[in-house]
Structures are given as structure tokens and as C-alpha cells.
Design a protein around this ligand. Structure first.
Ligand code: ADP
Ligand code: MG
Length: 677
């Protein structure tokens, strides 16, 4: 059995079980043993029945069946009596009719579960139960809890992991000197303890080892990328002071200090002769576009072309319009073109010709810009808006189009706390716009319970009556298995029939055809729809100044940073605006969401998210899966900084990766993913 062997090689795994694992993305032995438990339940405290007290207990007992039958209401009930040398206790299983068949009065069992009052009697209800052995997996220890899928239960999952660990010998992946220097446990111990910890301290050692390795690998990948990047040659674009100063002076506003600083950092990169690989980070509305335009202007005036890529057509069109307005006074306003998937063939052909001849200087569009049949004349700078990862594939496509490398500037409104950025995007240089232009109105935010929906929607009607528009955001598309108030379809129907029946209400979610999606979005921009009921698909950065109010249903299902981004879609006009965060239930706690009422900084909110819910909360909407930290906690600064320092030491020592084949594979795949330029 090897790491990349199919799970079917594990004892007890047939095709049908393998299919269920595949649903979870687990296809190989390596996938399974590297799949980290979501949490643990501590069943390690074995006691005798005489010592039993309400709470979680583990017993070693013999079992005798008392009854197994269906109740009048269709509920199945299995009742058993558990006995040890010190006494006996009642066990009840609901809706597990198979239990009675698996109880043998001659065998000894471990029972783990909650001893509590059930109706009038104290009993252990729905406990885990397994025959006594020297390696129980469901009871009598700290047991792992994994993410499951339909038809794949915890007991079977654990048994399979146990068999995999038995059948596969885990090799060491880190250099010996690192293990010694940082007193890490071996990879094999760490993986074994991660799944079936002998104790909490041993689990912590396992987490330390695996977390260290994870950050070490990520850092190694990004440091190697950075190093490779430094060896590359890029177009040199010298700073055109005269032009830039003139342009800045003619802007209708004064640049903020952060905008100036970011632009200055970019100009330095463009001059350096090394490909720029910079992330411009700034809250929604902080004014990233003008910084991008300054950079573009620099490149264009030096004779180069600039590609400006937006994630959607609508955003590309909005950018093209506003950038055209900004550049109107310059000589370049005529050489801006728009290239998206849906423009007509004739127009597209013309655009391609202009790009190839070099007549087009600033090309604004979607992915269509980097299609095979588009060839640039002299591409100097690529600007990528709101799309975090300019993937390897795109890079390759781009690379083949130029001899000297183009510079890359990515922009994002996702507030990434510094610790996270350093770990996950170490190879990027980061420019931060941490202030909004002066005079911005804040979005008045209010956390509220569903009981108040009537009042809220009446408030919304007031706004609509005076010609404003509104967003309603829901966490789910369908209402299956969820409260109907959380489903965008249901809420759309509900609102159209009740509170908002006098208004034009539109529906938008990711499963609609893209034509229809575009149409709805356009109608909302044009104002032929008053209220847009949608999931979180409303694009980051879309500018609808007339939208002054937003309702988020089931707000507790979102991260703080995500809610902050959502509310950034209102309040872009001159009027004051508001955002209502409606909890999914009347009795949900408001504490976390209350932070949004007070705090207006996306970065602060992201830091809170990181503390409260981990990186997943910030990246809930971003697709970067592989780069997630699975074990290491970002709040664990010490672990992160030692692991990062060790990775740098590894490079400094000129260690040869070939000596560590598994590490090499892992780092190479990470390098592919995290490489931005
Ligand atoms: P984002 O960072 O979300 O992309 P934009 O670049 O779209 O933000 O800017 C939002 C609005 O702020 C635009 O209307 C822009 O003209 C305006 N703006 C940008 N910088 C400033 C500034 N320094 N002072 C005043 N308004 C500004
Ligand atoms: Mg923007």
C-alpha cells in the first residue's frame, strides 16, 4: 500500500464504500490518513457503574436485551441493561433497530455516552457501543469525529482509518535536524495520535508537529517562488513623474495617504526590472481603482499595453466606463477597449486586431482577454481585480504571449489580516489601503431578530417609495432542510406576495443561467428592479449608488468579514444607508454580530473572525482549498513564526529537496498553486 494507492486497497473497503469516500474527496490512502478530524469526543474516562454520575461516561459491561419494539408513534426503541461487578444501569437506543441483533449476552462491551434523565429515569441514551478489545475506535478513548456523507457513518469511517493506519507504514517527511531542533514527534506518531489520541497532551504534540509542517511547507513553497521570481527579468518601466503628477493634480479629489503610498510602491516595482507580484488590499470603496489607473498610466505612457481583468462582465463594463471617464483628459482615452465574452463577433475581431497591432493600450475585460486567439503587441502590466488567484493556467497563457515578463497587480477587497497574508501569500508583496476617503458615510448596521421582520420591511418600503433600491441577501438557495426564511427562492416568493408586493422584486442566485443572471443584474443597475433578492453572488465591487438599504436574512450564518463586504454594496451614493442583519432564529445570540454595529473596518472584523472562527470564515467564499491551514491555528504566532524561520533556514542551508521526496512533491504542488505571476 502506498500513499497514492486507491482506498480500495485498505482492508474492508469495497467499491461502494470507496464511492462514498470519494464524495468527501478521499480517493487515496494518503487522502484518508491526512484527513484531519473535525473534532474529538473524550470518552477516555472509564468508570464502574457504582461511580456513575450524570454526564459523559464510559463503562465496561455485559449487556442484556430488555426490549426492542416500535412505539405507537412509529419510533423504534431498544432497551438494554448494562451490568458490571458493581451494579447495573439502563441503556436506551432510539431508532437503531439493528442494536438488538448485535447484543450477545456472553460478550463484554464498552459503552460511551451521556448518562442523563430520560423522561423519569436516569439512563444512557444512544451511546456508542463496541466489543471490548485492545484498540477500540468508538468508545473508551478520545474518539475522532470526521466530516461524513450520506451512507457513511462514523463507526465505519473510524474503522477504515484504523485499518489504513495498520496497513500503511508512515514514513518521515521532515529533515532530521528540524525534528530534533524543534522537538517534534515523528510523522507516524503524529498521524496516529491525530486520529486516535492516547491523551490530550499527545494530541497537542501531534497538532504541533503537523501544524509546523504545514506552515513550513507553505513557506518553503512561497520562498522558493519568490527566489525564482527574483531571477526573472521583467520589462522596466520608468516613473513618468510629469504625467503622473499632472494626472493626480487634475483628479476631482485628493488621494489618501495610503493610495499615494501604494502607488509609489507599485512604481518602484515597475522600475525594478523584476516582475512585480503585488497584492493591493483595501476595503470596499477605499479607492483601489484609481491606484490601478495610475499604474496603468505609467505603463501606457512608457509604450506598453495594460490588461485589466475583472471577474464578471458587469464589473468589466463598469470599470471601462469609469476608467474612461478618469482618463478623458489624457491622450490615451481613445485607446481603451472592452473585451468580454459576450460582445459581438465583429466587435471582438476589431478588438483583437487593435490588441495585436498595439493600437489598444488599455484592455479591460473578463477572462476573454487571455484566450488563445488574443495576442498582445507589448503587454507590460496585468491588473486583476477582485479575483484572488490569478491561476497558474492563466499565467502560462500569458507567459507565452510575451518575451519579457509582464508585471502583475492583483486587487482585493477581502481584508486579509497580516498573519494570514504572510503565511498564505508570503510570496506576494502587499500594499494596504487602510483608510476610506474622507467624508464617507458609514452604513448604519442593526442586528435584529426575525420577529421584527415586519417592521424592517416596512422601513424598506419607505426607502423604495422615495425611489431608492434595496438588497435582500439569503444564505441558501433552496428550502430543503433549512428554515424557509433562509432560502432565497422562498424569501423571494414571500416578499413578492406580502410586504413588497407593490414593488418590482428580482431573484438572483448562482444556479440560474448566466444570461438570466446578467439580465437581472442589469435590470437592477438600470433601476427597473427595485429589490434584488439574492444569495451572496452579488458581485464584489458592483456600484449601484441608488441602493441604500440591505437586509441579510440568517446573518449569523455568515462570517463578519463577509457581512462587511456584503454591506459594502450599499452606501455608495450620497444618501445615508442602512443594513439590517436578521438572525436565523429569535433565540440566536447577537454577540458576534453586534461587532458589525460598532466596527467599520474590514481589517478589524477579519481579525475578529480569525479569532472566533478561523480562516475558513474569511475565505468562505473564496476558492483556494488547498492553501487552507488544516491544523495550525493562525492565532498561534509562535508556531507560525518558528516554522517560517525554519523554512528560510532550510533554503539558506541549500538543502536539496531531492533528499526528501515527499516534502518535494508537496512543496512542488504548493508552488504551482500559490504562484501568482
Ligand atoms: P474600491 O477600492 O472598492 O474598488 P473604488 O476604486 O471603486 O473603490 O472607489 C470608490 C469611490 O471612491 C469611487 O467613486 C472613487 O472615485 C472614489 N474615490 C477614490 N479615491 C478617492 C479619494 N481619495 N477621495 C475621494 N473619493 C475617492
Ligand atoms: Mg473595486
Amino acid at each position: 500500500m502506498a500513499l497514492n494507492s486507491s482506498v480500495t486497497l485498505i482492508y474492508g473497503v469495497g467499491d461502494s464504500l470507496a464511492k462514498k469516500f470519494a464524495v468527501l474527496g478521499i480517493k487515496t490512502v494518503g487522502d484518508l490518513i491526512n484527513n484531519i478530524p473535525r473534532r474529538y469526543i473524550d470518552y477516555s474516562n472509564l468508570i464502574t457503574i457504582s461511580k456513575i454520575r450524570p454526564g459523559v461516561v464510559t463503562l465496561r459491561v455485559k449487556l442484556s436485551l430488555v426490549k426492542s419494539r416500535y412505539s405507537k408513534r412509529g419510533l423504534h426503541l431498544t432497551e438494554a441493561r448494562a451490568t458490571d461487578l458493581t451494579g447495573s444501569v439502563k441503556i436506551i437506543w432510539f431508532n437503531q433497530p439493528y442494536r438488538s441483533g448485535s447484543i450477545n449476552p456472553n460478550d463484554e462491551y464498552y459503552i460511551s455516552g451521556e448518562f442523563a434523565k430520560n423522561y423519569k429515569y436516569l439512563a444512557i441514551t444512544n451511546p456508542a457501543c463496541e466489543k471490548v478489545s485492545n484498540f477500540p475506535v468508538n468508545t473508551a478513548r478520545i474518539v475522532p469525529v470526521y466530516r461524513l456523507t450520506k451512507g457513511l457513518g462514523l463507526a465505519q469511517f473510524r474503522k477504515t482509518v484504523k485499518n489504513a493506519l495498520k496497513g500503511y507504514k508512515i514514513a518521515e517527511t521532515l529533515p532530521k535536524w528540524i525534528i530534533e531542533q524543534h522537538q517534534l514527534i515523528s510523522k507516524s506518531d503524529a498521524i496516529n495520535q491525530m486520529h486516535f489520541p492516547e491523551s490530550i497532551p499527545k494530541l497537542q504534540l501531534a497538532k504541533k508537529r503537523l501544524g509546523f509542517e504545514e506552515v513550513f511547507e507553505l513557506t518553503l513553497a512561497s520562498e522558493l517562488n519568490k527566489e525564482a521570481n527574483r531571477g526573472l527579468k521583467a520589462i522596466k518601466i520608468s516613473f513618468n513623474e510629469l504625467l503622473i503628477k499632472k494626472f493626480v493634480a487634475e483628479l476631482p479629489f485628493k488621494l489618501t495617504n495610503d493610495q499615494r503610498k501604494s502607488a509609489w510602491q507599485i512604481f518602484q516595482d515597475l522600475e525594478s526590472g523584476i516582475p512585480m507580484n503585488r497584492l493591493l488590499e483595501g476595503d470596499v470603496g477605499s479607492g483601489k481603482t484609481v491606484v490601478a489607473v495610475l499604474s496603468a498610466l505609467g505603463a501606457i505612457s512608457a509604450g506598453y499595453q495594460v490588461a485589466f481583468m475583472a471577474p464578471t462582465e458587469l464589473l468589466a463594463i463598469q470599470h471601462a466606463e469609469s476608467i474612461h471617464r478618469m482618463l478623458e483628459s489624457t491622450a490615451f482615452s481613445k485607446s481603451i477597449i472592452l473585451l468580454t465574452g459576450s460582445i459581438g463577433k465583429k466587435q471582438k475581431d476589431l478588438a483583437k486586431l487593435a490588441i495585436a497591432s498595439g493600437d489598444a493600450k488599455l484592455i479591460i475585460g473578463t477572462h476573454a482577454i487571455f484566450q488563445k486567439n488574443v495576442s498582445f503587441n507589448k503587454l507590460g502590466l496585468v491588473i486583476v481585480d477582485e479575483q484572488h488567484r490569478f491561476g497558474v493556467e492563466q499565467r502560462k497563457k500569458l507567459q507565452s504571449k510575451t518575451k519579457l515578463l509582464a508585471h502583475i497587480l492583483s486587487m482585493t477587497a477581502t481584508p486579509i489580516p497580516r498573519s494570514l497574508a504572510l503565511t498564505l501569500y508570503g510570496e506576494l508583496d502587499i500594499s494596504l489601503i487602510d483608510q476610506l476617503p474622507p467624508g464617507r458615510k458609514r452604513v448604519t448596521t442593526k442586528v435584529t431578530i426575525p420577529e421584527n421582520r415586519n417592521k424592517i420591511y416596512q422601513e424598506i418600503c419607505k426607502e423604495l417609495t422615495i425611489g431608492r433600491q434595496a438588497f435582500v441577501v439569503c444564505p441558501h438557495i433552496d428550502s430543503e432542510n433549512v428554515n424557509s426564511r433562509l432560502s432565497v427562492k422562498n424569501v423571494f416568493t414571500e416578499l413578492s406576495k406580502t410586504w413588497l408586493r407593490k414593488y418590482r422584486v428580482g431573484l438572483l442566485h448562482s444556479r440560474m443561467k448566466s444570461d438570466l443572471k446578467n439580465k437581472v443584474m442589469e435590470d437592477f443597475v438600470k433601476g427597473t428592479i427595485d429589490v434584488l433578492v439574492s444569495t451572496t453572488v452579488i458581485e464584489v465591487g458592483v456600484d449601484i449608488p441608488n441602493a441604500s438599504v440591505m437586509v441579510v436574512e440568517g446573518a449569523d450564518m455568515f462570517g463578519l468579514a463577509q457581512l462587511h463586504q456584503l454591506r459594502g454594496r450599499v452606501g455608495r451614493g450620497p444618501d445615508s444607508s442602512s443594513c439590517y442583519l436578521v438572525l436565523s432564529d429569535n433565540d440566536k445570540s447577537t454577540q458576534r454580530l453586534k461587532l458589525l454595529e460598532r466596527e467599520q473596518s474590514g481589517f478589524k472584523l477579519a481579525e475578529y473572525d480569525l479569532e472566533l472562527r478561523g480562516p475558513g470564515a474569511i475565505y468562505g467564499t473564496m476558492q483556494h482549498g488547498v492553501l487552507d491551514l488544516r491544523v495550525a491555528k493562525l492565532s498561534d504566532f509562535e508556531l507560525i513564526s518558528t516554522a517560517r524561520a525554519t523554512a528560510k533556514e532550510f533554503i539558506k542551508k541549500s538543502e536539496n529537496l531531492l533528499q526528501y521526496p515527499q516534502l518535494k512533491d508537496r512543496v512542488e504542488s504548493l508552488r504551482m498553486i500559490s504562484n501568482l505571476n
